[in-house]
Design a protein around this ligand. Structure first.
Ligand SMILES: CC/C=C\C/C=C\C/C=C\CCC/C=C/C(=O)SCCNC(=O)CCNC(=O)[C@H](O)C(C)(C)COP(=O)(O)OP(=O)(O)OC[C@H]1O[C@@H](n2cnc3c(N)ncnc32)[C@H](O)[C@@H]1OP(=O)(O)O
Length: 306
C-alpha cells in the first residue's frame, strides 16, 4: 500500500538467506536520484581483476561482466571477488537488479576451474568449495532481481550461476551449449546443484540431464525451460535490461518476500549442511580415481586444441 507513496518504496535489505523477510525498510527512490553518490563506485564502472561491475544510478541496475581469460573459469580468486561484489551491491540501497554476463563473446563461463580441484591439498580443496558455496548462496539468495545474459557456452558451474538467477536469456546460437555435465568428467553434481536445476526444469528432466551429463544447445535449452528466452547475440544486453525493467516494476517488498518464500527451503538445506558438504567434496575429490578422471579430462581439453 505504501509503495511509491511520497516517493517512498518499501524494500527489503540484505540477503534473503541472511536476513529473511523481516528486515524491511523504506528508501526513497525519487529522492535518491537527485542525491550525490554516496558509495565509491556508483554510476561508474569499477574494475576488479576478473570482472567489471557497473551500476547505473538512474535505473538501479548493475551489470557484472565476467572477464577472466580465456574462458571465465571459476577459480578461488574469481569466486572470492564475485562474492565480495555481490555483497557490495546487496548492501547498496540504490542497486535493485543485477545482470550477469561475459566479456568473452563465445563463453559465458566454463564452470569451476578444474585446476582448483586437481592435485591440491585437502585444505585448499575445502577453501575452494566454501567459495563455490558462497558464490551460490549470494546469487541464489539475493534480494535483487538477477538476470543471466548467457552470451556463450555455459557448462557445469557456469550453468549453476545461470540457474541461480531469476531469469535466463541465452544468445540464439546453435554453437552454444549449457548444462550440468559433471558426470561426463566422472564427478557428481552436489545436492544443491541438483536442487537448483529441479527448481527450474523439474525432477524428471533433471534426473535425465544429470545422469547423462547432458549439454543442451540453446534451442534445446529453451525447449526444456533451462533458459527462458533466446535472443540474437547482439541484442542480448538490451533485451536483458528491458526484461529487468519489467521485473523492477513490481514492488520490491512483494517480489522479495515471494522470492524468499520460494527459495528459502533450498537455501536452508545447504546452510544447515554446509560443513558436511565441504567434507564430502574434499573426500570425494581426493580419491585417486577422481583425480585420475580430472587429469584425463584436463589432458583431453588441451589435446582438443592441437
Ligand atoms: C558421493 C558423492 C556425492 C556427492 C559429491 C560430492 C562432492 C561433489 C564433487 C565434485 C563436484 C564438482 C562440481 C563441478 C563443477 C564444474 O563446473 S567442473 C568444470 C566443468 N567444465 C567443463 O567441463 C568445461 C570444459 N571446457 C570446455 O568445454 C571448453 O573449454 C569451453 C566450451 C568452455 C571453451 O571452448 P574453447 O573456446 O574451444 O576453449 P578451449 O577448450 O580451447 O579452452 C581454452 C583453455 O581453457 C582451459 N579450460 C577450459 N575449461 C576449463 C575449466 N573448467 N577449468 C580450467 N581450465 C579450463 C582449456 O584447458 C584451455 O587451456 P589451455 O590449453 O589454453 O591452457
Amino acid at each position: 500500500m505504501a509503495v511509491l507513496l511520497n516517493g517512498l518504496r518499501l524494500v527489503s535489505s540484505g540477503n534473503l538467506s541472511l536476513h529473511g523477510i523481516k528486515s524491511l525498510q523504506y528508501k526513497s527512490t525519487r529522492i535518491l536520484c537527485q542525491l550525490p553518490c554516496k558509495s565509491s563506485y556508483q554510476g561508474r564502472p569499477f574494475s576488479n581483476k576478473n570482472m567489471t561491475v557497473e551500476l547505473d544510478n538512474n535505473t538501479g541496475v548493475a551489470v557484472i561482466q565476467m572477464k577472466k581469460p580465456p574462458v571465465n573459469s571459476l577459480s578461488l580468486e574469481f569466486l572470492t571477488e564475485f562474492a565480495i561484489n555481490m555483497e557490495k551491491l546487496e548492501m547498496d540501497r540504490e542497486c535493485r537488479g543485477v545482470v550477469l554476463t561475459s566479456s568473452n563473446p563465445k563463453i559465458f563461463s566454463a564452470g569451476l576451474d578444474i585446476n582448483e580441484m586437481y592435485g591440491k591439498t585437502p585444505e585448499h580443496s575445502g577453501e575452494f568449495w566454501r567459495a563455490v558455496q558462497e558464490m551460490w548462496l549470494k546469487l541464489y539468495g539475493s534480494n535483487m532481481v538477477t538476470i543471466a545474459a548467457i552470451n556463450g557456452s555455459s557448462p557445469a558451474g557456469g550453468c549453476l550461476m545461470a540457474l541461480a538467477c531469476d531469469y535466463r536469456i541465452m544468445a540464439d546460437n546453435p554453437k552454444y551449449a549449457i548444462g550440468l555435465n559433471e558426470t561426463k568428467l566422472g564427478i557428481v553434481a552436489p545436492f544443491w546443484f541438483k536442487d537448483s536445476m529441479i527448481n527450474v526444469i523439474g525432477r524428471r528432466a533433471t534426473e535425465h540431464s544429470l545422469q547423462l551429463g547432458l549439454m543442451y544447445s540453446a534451442s534445446n535449452a529453451l525447449k526444456i525451460g533451462l533458459v527462458d528466452q533466446l535472443v540474437a547475440q547482439d541484442k542480448i544486453m538490451t533485451h536483458a535490461l528491458s526484461v529487468m525493467s519489467e521485473w523492477l516494476a513490481i514492488p520490491d517488498h512483494a517480489r522479495q518476500i515471494t522470492k524468499s518464500m520460494m527459495r528459502k527451503p533450498t537455501l536452508d538445506r545447504l546452510l544447515t549442511n554446509r560443513e558436511s558438504d565441504i567434507q564430502n567434496f574434499v573426500n570425494f575429490i581426493s580419491k585417486d580415481s577422481i583425480q585420475k578422471s580430472l587429469q584425463l579430462y584436463l589432458e583431453m581439453l588441451k589435446q582438443r586444441k592441437s
